[in-house]
Ligand binder design. Structure first.
Ligand code: SF4
Length: 253
């Protein structure tokens, strides 16, 4: 079996590592369940900061009010046209997202020096012909690569350190632009309510050999996908899985 999308990406790798059967439902059967409020908020937040950075790259300095208005308009427009599973009430999600954005505009945006935003990079992996693809949220003039997260709780250092996402970005960046003095960080906005929003900066320095381990892991995963190996991996988190009903029909979870 060829890769369902013709390439591998961090979100596919994450899905397969969490549960190969989840990957099967999402990418082989292409089942698209309603998105939840947290994912929706993240999408609209990313759209608003992309809107902001594109103007900065074009030489303008957008007013905070204009960026906040963009967020609200995008949130309201997209919420009407999509099936969203609201775990928290819609107006609370909107207020929380707006609080994340205000925090970003006040504490991070003024010092940012954007060079590229939502930059899609891809590279063929050596020896396999497999395409690895990634979309980097922000690259700054000093080649600092940033991924923005919106979430309810604070991240641990080890969560940032152990995610393959930044190793993928660094690898794709080096393959696309040559070895440059790039650095990596997550900017994590977190809080359960609009009144409790905070943010943390987590710098990531890949360990020696991280790229080789990543390439070996991806190679093994691509082989398993090609062989049609999609076992269910049942954990307590199955109760939050978007594919739980399909999984039950197949006799698991
Ligand atoms: S319910 Fe559990 S076992 Fe089934 S697809 Fe989801 S994560 Fe995998």
């Amino acid at each position: 079996m060829a890769l369902p999308r013709g390439y591998i990406s961090h979100s596919q790798i994450r899905a397969y590592r969490e549960c190969p059967r989840k990957y099967f439902f999402a990418y082989v059967e292409n089942i698209q369940p309603p998105i939840n409020d947290k994912v929706f908020l993240g999408e609209v937040f990313h759209s608003a900061i992309e809107h902001y950075f594109l103007q900065r790259i074009g030489g303008a300095m957008p007013a905070d009010e204009a960026v906040e208005a963009y967020f609200c308009s995008r949130f309201d427009g997209d919420a009407c046209g999509r099936e969203i599973s609201w775990g928290s009430p819609r107006h609370e999600t909107r207020q929380r997202g707006l609080a994340f954005l205000k925090h970003f505009l006040r504490h991070l945006a003024p010092d940012a020096r954007p060079l590229m935003v939502e930059k899609e990079l891809c590279a063929e992996l050596p020896g396999s012909g497999v395409m690895l693809k990634g979309v980097i949220d922000l690259v700054e003039e000093d080649y600092c690569i940033t991924d923005f997260k919106t979430t309810t709780g604070r991240w641990s250092d080890s969560r940032a350190r152990n995610s393959p996402q930044m190793v993928i970005y660094r690898y794709l960046f080096d393959r696309s632009f040559g070895p440059l003095p790039a650095s990596l960080k997550y900017e994590v906005f977190y809080g359960r309510t609009a009144g409790s929003v905070r943010h943390q900066t987590l710098r990531v320095v890949p360990e020696e050999g991280a790229v080789d381990s990543l390439l070996a892991m991806i190679g093994d995963m691509v082989q398993r996908i090609g062989a049609g190996i999609f076992p269910a991996r049942e954990t307590p988190f199955c109760r939050h899985c978007d594919f739980r009903s399909q999984c039950r029909d197949k006799g698991s979870a």
